[in-house]
Write a protein that binds this ligand. Structure first.
Ligand SMILES: [Zn+2]
Length: 495
């Protein structure tokens, strides 16, 4: 066995205190072992790779260690070594997925009547126990009802619902948790440090993300990465192995979709084509990113994207992912989804923009009214917080050089010196004689820009959805989108 494989394997938990991310289960088992209060059957449940069979083996070691029953098996005696190597005569490990028939179960259960050869207990570890047939469960149930003193059952399953309640009620049940990404990162980081292997933090977080709560998957991936480079864990290696895309690159792609920049999108498409891209994985990562951006306001951070954009992007991308198998290829499905997001967004902005009533000239403008305000917002040189604030303001009146506005009290967080200054500057550039903005918090009667867009967008989205549903063939859909995109290009670039 090569060094790196041995290394990664040695990181798999051997004793209870090695187990990470399952604090409740570990402390309950520790207590039971310390006080020698052992039940005859345990059931470990949870998704794959969270440590069900590892825990069963650890528990078996603790129960049969020659040094005595304890949470910390010695790992040196014949029993401990035998269980770690899967060769202990008194510990029978069965994969129920391959032994579902009642004959198999009977054969197995017959062995419960014989006393253990060397160990304290005869231990049966049954993995994927939900796969047993109904008859097999009945046979198991009989033994569980009156188990011989020397027998212990350690059952594990990913599908608790398929285990009959009669079996469940005779076991001590430990539901294992998915392991938090940060816990996986910390664990691997500590292990690598102890071996003086260098690592990129971003590589670690990609491993943890990819593992989706499974430490086993994380360690397997790490093993692969160390096969490629034994001294350093780099972002490049990990992204190549997982098809995971660096966050900065993914953000650039979402930005290009938001801005509807076709030339930029084409570059991304060509880039993906030149690599062996897992398109569905990219879709999934984009969905995650839109979710993260949508959640930002909850944590007092401003996203650079409109709520409307994020909602539509999430919808379209999720739909594309779920329908990927119907598309002629994953690549087509991906490109269509990206184009659809990019198409909807500028399209919405285009439709909801009333023609600007203010033209750029050097004559001073009249006093600013709310109606004019709504029509000039898309043309003002605003972005970020300034734009966000502008979209929520209602103009009451212009008093000499001061603009009196109202803002709904729940939008209070948008009021910042910098965003007010940005609005003043943008208005001055349009020749409005405005020096200051006064904002009163009040629930006003008039529609803000956001409210106006929302209602128009709802109507527009409905009409586009209706139109698209009349084109079930992807070819005709493509034609429709192409035609609309071409039209938009012309409209947005013409003066
Ligand atoms: Zn031992």
């Amino acid at each position: 066995m090569s060094n790196y494989t041995a290394l990664a394997r040695s990181w798999r938990p051997n004793i209870l205190s090695d187990v990470i991310g399952q604090e409740l289960t570990v402390s309950a088992l520790s207590n039971a072992l310390t006080h020698n209060v052992l039940h005859h059957a345990y059931l470990f449940t949870g998704t794959r790779g969270v440590g069900k069979t590892s825990l069963a083996r650890i528990l078996a070691k603790s129960m049969n260690c020659e040094e005595g029953i304890s949470p910390n098996a010695c790992m040196q005696c014949n029993s401990c070594i035998g269980i770690t190597a899967g060769k202990a005569i008194d510990v029978l490990e069965i994969d129920a997925a391959s032994k579902t028939k009642v004959e198999d179960t009977r054969e197995l259960l017959e062995q419960t009547q014989y006393a253990p050869v060397n160990g304290r207990f005869k231990i049966f570890i049954i993995d994927e126990v939900h796969m047993l047939s109904g008859h097999s469960f009945n046979a198991l149930l009989k033994t569980l009802e009156e188990p011989p003193q020397h027998v212990k059952f350690l059952l594990a399953t990913t599908e608790l619902a398929k285990v009959p309640p009669t079996i469940r009620s005779r076991c001590i049940h430990f539901p294992l948790q998915n392991i938090q990404a940060q816990t996986i990162v910390n664990y691997i980081k500590a292990q690598l440090k102890s071996q003086t292997i260098k690592c990129d933090d971003s590589a670690l977080s990609i491993i943890a993300q990819h593992a989706k709560g499974s430490l086993r998957d994380a360690l397997t991936l790490l093993e692969h990465a160390l096969m490629i480079d034994q001294k350093t864990l780099t972002l490049d290696t990990v992204t190549n192995l997982t098809g995971q895309i660096p966050l900065a690159y993914l953000s650039d792609l979402l930005k290009a979709m938001y801005q509807g920049k076709n030339a930029l999108l084409e570059k991304f498409f060509n880039d993906f084509k030149s690599k062996a891209t897992n398109y569905n994985s990219v879709l999934e990562q984009l969905i995650n990113l839109t979710h993260q951006e949508t959640m930002k306001p909850l944590y007092n951070t401003q996203s650079e994207y409109d709520d409307e954009f994020l909602q539509i992007a999430y919808d379209v991308l999720l739909q594309a992912l779920s329908q990927a198998s119907y598309a002629p290829s994953e690549q087509i499905n991906f490109e269509m989804a990206v184009m659809r997001v990019a198409f909807f967004c500028p399209a919405i902005q285009q439709v909801t923009q009333s023609p600007p009533t203010v033209t750029v000239d050097h004559k001073p403008q009249d006093s600013l009214t709310h109606t004019t305000w709504l029509s000039i917002i898309p043309d003002l040189e605003l972005s970020g917080m300034g734009l966000a604030l502008a979209k929520e303001l209602v103009i009451i009146e212009q008093n000499n050089t001061s603009l009196l506005c109202e803002l709904a009290p729940n939008m209070k967080s948008l009021v910042q010196d910098s965003s007010q200054k940005a609005i003043v500057t943008a208005l001055q550039k349009r020749n409005f004689n405005i020096q200051t903005i006064e904002i009163k918090l009040n629930n006003h009667q008039l529609n803000t820009y956001t409210q106006m867009v929302q209602s128009e967008k709802a109507n527009y989205k409905q009409s586009v959805t209706n139109a698209l549903s009349e084109h079930p063939q992807s070819n005709s859909l493509l034609e429709t989108l192409k035609a609309d995109l071409a039209r938009l290009e012309i409209e947005t670039t013409s003066p």
